[in-house]
Design a protein around this ligand. Structure first.
Ligand code: UDP
Length: 240
């Protein structure tokens, strides 16, 4: 079932269902885009019509953020649970190790994708890492990157370029890449590489992940102003 949060399409799925749907994409062969919607992304899509259009056409948009789940429920839509992008990536990596899916890690600062892939090999023994590449490149380097990924016969492409760069990069290149599943994973490699800490479970349970991030990375404060703006926009939208 689909719902809309401030006009942005979000699919009301559980984690198990999302994994099932994504694994079916792998069987299907055609390129598919997986997006993970949080409050920051929904706010970005308000002014960025290109991003909004990409989310509209994506093959699945999971409710990544606690804010998105709250907003959907506030509007009366039954979103069963939060499907955090980081957790979704972990579930897909576990399935990759079990089923032999080939995973490519693209994005992050120099060495981060490599370290995230090393972590994946420890956490999910037997996983096939098809390749790794950092996420800082010039337009001239693009064709080479696409070719490098293409030849690796990838099943799942994880792209960590941040929102909305990763979604736009994928939308522009996914046909040519011809990979069954591509997903924008934001800061997930940084967490897997041990560069950035994830909020402890009790904070995530209390929907306080944003507070943890703010304390740990105060430089995100300006970006995070999107969160109160999101709450006010949702409250305001219901009145009308
Ligand atoms: N990044 C990148 N190339 C760029 C811009 C960003 O590889 O041109 C990486 C950056 O190093 C970081 C990730 O993209 O690893 C974005 O992480 P962030 O936590 O900002 O993700 P978001 O909150 O946008 O999902």
């Amino acid at each position: 079932m689909q719902t809309r949060v401030l006009g942005v399409r979000v699919d009301a799925v559980t984690m198990d269902k999302a994994v099932e749907i994504i694994e079916a994409f792998i069987g299907g062969g055609e390129p598919h885009l997986v997006a993970t919607a949080n409050a920051e992304m929904v706010m970005a899509a308000q002014n960025d019509l290109q991003l909004a259009g990409i989310l509209e056409k994506a093959d699945i948009v999971v409710p990544d953020g606690a804010g998105v789940v709250w907003a959907a429920r506030y509007q009366g839509c039954e979103v069963p649970e939060r499907v955090a992008g980081y957790d979704l990536v972990q579930r897909l990596l576990a399935r990759s190790a079990a089923c032999g899916y080939r995973v490519y890690f693209f994005g992050g600062a120099d060495g981060i994708a490599q370290r995230a892939a090393e972590t994946a090999k420890v956490w999910y023994p037997g996983i096939t890492v098809a390749g790794v590449r950092h996420g800082f490149f010039t337009p001239a380097e693009m064709p080479g990157i696409i070719e490098e990924i293409r030849v690796k016969r990838v099943d799942i492409l994880l792209v960590a370029l941040g929102v909305p760069k990763q979604e736009k990069w994928l939308a522009a290149n996914m046909r040519e890449l011809d990979i069954p599943v591509s997903i924008g994973v934001g800061g997930s490699f940084d967490v897997m590489a041990g560069n950035v800490k994830r909020a402890p479970l009790w904070m995530r349970r209390l929907s306080l992940e944003w507070l943890f991030r703010l304390l740990l990375q105060p430089q995100r404060a300006i970006r995070m102003l999107a969160l109160p703006r999101f709450v006010f926009a949702v409250l305001g939208a219901k009145k009308h």
